[in-house]
Write a protein that binds this ligand. Structure first.
Ligand code: IPE
Ligand code: IPE
Ligand code: MG
Length: 249
């Protein structure tokens, strides 16, 4: 991986990606769906390398949703095997490149071998200060919010928390991405324009960039196009353009 070049101005601090379109990529080639998922892993590698090159501090990738367990068992099983293999193959290089890798989602729904790899990868890379890479696996945005609420209720039940103190900041800091800035930019490939239960809370003010490109075809130039789109947005957070102009003076 090359060093960051920082040539793109107004680069998003946190990019979140819904990597969609593997199945259609395979179908277009008369291949089985798992061939699309395999090709998708190569696109993940390219995207991580390019995010490092562009100096993006945080990258969050949606690899498998809680709803994806509804897929045929054979597809789910092959995907899980692919995740284990990819982790085994890539972890040393990610570590050498100072990537700090974390996983969010329901570990109780993942196979023991995968959870072991996840935990080993997290502890191996925990002190790294390069790209903060988060992989959402068996993740659902509603589950994340419900879990946060449950944890706060447990604290209130034992007298450790006054319910009157529950506010946006406290709930936000109880979510999986506590401590990580909200995504500035959400990228979704594969042509659909929906959130599919990704980071429901954290995406409140993200800029949205949808592409018809199928995930296995996602190239460095596509990430650059998304970053360039982000650079053209005016983020108002409820203010007026005039207020923002005045604050620049
Ligand atoms: C995304 O590609 C990968 C996962 C959801 C695991 P899909 O498998 O959803 O691809 P399409 O949408 O069927 O083309
Ligand atoms: C979203 O893609 C989940 C991931 C990319 C991991 P899906 O393909 O599962 O989304 P839907 O079902 O079309 O909304
Ligand atoms: Mg899909």
């Amino acid at each position: 991986m090359a060093a960051p070049d920082h040539t793109v101005s107004n680069c998003p601090v946190h990019i979140a990606v819904i990597m969609d379109g593997n199945g259609r990529w395979a179908r277009q080639r008369a291949l089985p769906r798992h061939a699309g998922h395999r090709a998708g892993v190569k696109a993940v590698r390219r995207t991580i390398e390019h995010a490092v090159r562009r100096g993006v501090p945080y990258l969050t990738l949606f690899a498998f949703s809680s709803e994806n367990f509804r897929r045929p068992p054979d597809e789910v099983g092959r995907l899980m095997t692919l995740f284990v293999e990819a982790m085994q193959r890539e972890i040393d290089e990610l570590h050498q490149n100072k990537v700090c890798l974390r996983f969010i989602g329901r570990r109780d729904q993942l196979a023991d071998t995968l959870v072991q790899r996840i935990e080993a990868a997290e502890s191996m890379t925990a002190a790294n200060e390069g790209l903060r890479l988060t992989v959402a696996m068996a993740y659902g945005g509603r589950w994340d919010v419900a879990e946060a609420a449950r944890k706060l209720c447990e604290r209130a039940a034992v007298g450790d928390l006054d319910p009157a103190d529950v506010d946006e900041s406290l709930l936000g800091s109880s979510l999986c991405l506590a401590g990580v800035p909200d995504p500035d930019l959400l990228v979704r490939t594969g042509g659909e324009q929906r959130i599919s239960n990704f980071l429901l809370w954290n995406l409140a003010y993200s800029e949205l960039w949808f592409s018809d490109v199928l995930w296995p075809d996602f190239a460095e130039s596509d990430l650059d196009a998304a970053i360039a789109y982000f650079g053209r947005r005016e983020r108002r957070y409820g203010h007026t353009s005039e207020q923002l102009e005045a604050s620049k003076c």
